[in-house]
Design a protein around this ligand. Structure first.
Ligand code: C5P
Ligand code: C5P
Ligand code: ZN
Length: 474
């Protein structure tokens, strides 16, 4: 039976029901989403199924639309386990369930559609926020704990669950909160995770110090951010050796605790003296999550860098590579992931640059850009998120981004802020209702959502979305 110490007690009943159904299944098809959270969800669920000796196959889908669900039904498995999606498509899934095509088991954190099913593990059904408190990987982890047998301890999988949560930006306020904290605690207990107060800059494990400072984009420090020479000048003025004996730049992880303290304090003083607002200065410090089984100085050791590496695989049709890395491949798959990461980075930086150069179009209640074929539809959401948190846009309105999905369809990605959500914004409703009104479909979270619409429907969609956002914020 399930573990006695369920990590999130409110979800225990649902997790146990799902686990029991999976144990009783002959053949399970595990279907997951193609992003960092979806990959880690699949790796967690697949590991737990394997440890419970439950026969299964793993496949990935870019999006769970009617065609994809029909394709899944055609694969003829008794039970289909959906991770990191499924709740938002429950209406379509229920049709197949009723027909006897398969029994769905769902571990997800997206806003559910107007339908329910028997084996449904979703934090939102128990009053836990699916955008900020539990990810798809977190839901899969809760399921994994419920799948434990007498000699099985699945707490090591908490490491991947934290990668998934951070990949979904659930650490927005500087660290993970709510249900996610229980998973962090499991990882720490199991000895696979360290959580500590640290400088909150991307690249602590792998970036040479000048790059760490230059590329830090969340908090802009004049004369350092986006300014390599400025970053180097700043480092020269601090009483910490920024280079090693060979004259190579050191990385954040190469510094001693005392050196990290000195450098962090100097950076904060510099931010204050250059007039960075107090709340932005505070954002320079946060919680870092370190995977203790990974080698020091590698992208896999820092959960944030790990999640970027995973996005670099699955969003380019190489989910197999990301899954293999999650499952422990440190040879050919990891090498391929690094190759993909280099081109992913280039795509993101070119995409963001394009948005900054072209600018966004303002509507009364939102701002938008249409990247056409310049930004790949699978990463336009990431670029929209980067744009939304940059100085390139008005932070008082959500950002809606379009990219070509095919000759006949447009991909839409929308991103808001925590402040807008507190004022009433729910982009999952905006994307679902505006897309359905023009013959498309969508959903997601309050703060981040997406849709697919017919190519010619862009302007009608925008008009609807603008009106919906206006209603929510009024
Ligand atoms: O499909 P999934 O739930 O995994 O995707 C979540 C998306 O929402 C990610 O692209 C993530 O960056 C975005 N997000 C965000 N801000 C949040 C929560 C999620 O931009 N606070
Ligand atoms: O694709 P993007 O990163 O913009 O997706 C943001 C969120 O909206 C994700 O959680 C994604 O799963 C969800 N989404 C959805 N239906 C779509 C497109 C995106 O539920 N058609
Ligand atoms: Zn997710």
């Amino acid at each position: 039976m399930a573990a006695t110490d369920a990590p999130i007690p409110d979800l225990r009943g649902r997790a146990d029901a799902c686990a029991d159904r999976l144990r009783a299944a002959d053949r399970v098809l595990l279907v997951s989403h193609i992003d960092a959270d979806g990959l880690t969800s699949a790796a967690i669920a697949s590991s737990a199924l394997a440890r419970a000796s439950i026969d299964h196959r793993v496949v990935f889908e870019k999006q769970l639309d009617d065609d994809a669900i029909a394709g899944i039904a055609a694969r003829d498995h008794e039970v289909v386990l959906f991770t990191d999606f499924g709740s938002g498509q429950l209406d379509a899934i229920a049709t197949h369930e009723t027909r006897g095509d398969f029994v769905p088991v769902i571990a997800d954190h997206h806003q559910p559609a107007d339908a329910d099913t028997r084996y449904h593990l979703n934090p939102l059904l128990e009053g836990i926020d699916g955008a900020s408190e539990l990810s798809g990987a977190g839901a899969s982890y809760v399921l994994a704990r419920a799948l434990e047998g007498p000699a099985v301890d699945n707490r090591d999988l908490a490491a991947l669950a934290v990668v998934g949560a951070v990949g979904d930006m659930q650490d927005g306020g500087g660290g993970l909160v709510g249900a996610n904290e229980a998973i962090v605690a499991d990882g720490v207990d199991a000895g696979v995770l360290e959580s500590r107060t640290d400088i909150d800059l991307y690249g602590r494990q792998t970036r040479p110090l000048p790059k760490l400072l230059e590329y830090a984009s969340d908090v802009r420090i004049p004369g350092i951010s986006g300014d390599e020479a400025g970053a180097i000048r700043f480092l020269r003025g601090v009483d910490v050796d920024a280079t090693d004996d060979d004259g190579d730049w050191r990385r954040w992880v190469d510094l001693t605790d005392a050196e990290q303290q000195t450098l962090a304090s100097a950076l904060i003083r510099r931010a204050v003296s250059s007039g960075v607002p107090a709340d932005r200065v505070d954002a320079l410090v946060g919680t870092s999550y370190t995977l203790l089984d990974e080698a020091v100085g590698t992208a896999l050791r820092d959960v944030s860098e790990f999640s970027t590496l995973l996005n670099a695989t699955a969003r380019y049709d190489r989910a197999d590579v990301g899954l293999a890395v999650c499952l422990g491949d440190r040879g050919a798959a990891l090498e391929e992931a690094h190759r993909l990461l280099r081109s992913h980075r280039r795509n993101l930086s070119e995409g963001l640059q394009w948005v900054k150069t072209e600018g966004v179009t303002d509507e009364p209640n939102l701002q938008w850009f249409d990247a056409g074929s310049r930004i790949r539809e699978t990463i336009v959401g990431i670029v929209a998120g980067m744009a939304a948190s940059s100085s390139a846009v008005d932070r008082g309105k959500p950002v809606v981004a379009f990219a070509e999905a095919s000759d006949v369809e447009l991909k839409v990605s929308a991103r808001g802020t925590g402040l807008l959500v507190r004022r009433g914004l729910d982009l999952s409703v905006v994307m679902r209702d505006a897309s359905r009104a023009v013959g498309g479909d969508g959903g997601g979270h309050d703060v981040a959502a997406g849709a697919t619409i017919p190519a010619e429907a862009r302007d009608a969609f925008l008009e609807r979305a603008n009106a919906l956002v206006g209603d929510q914020l009024s």
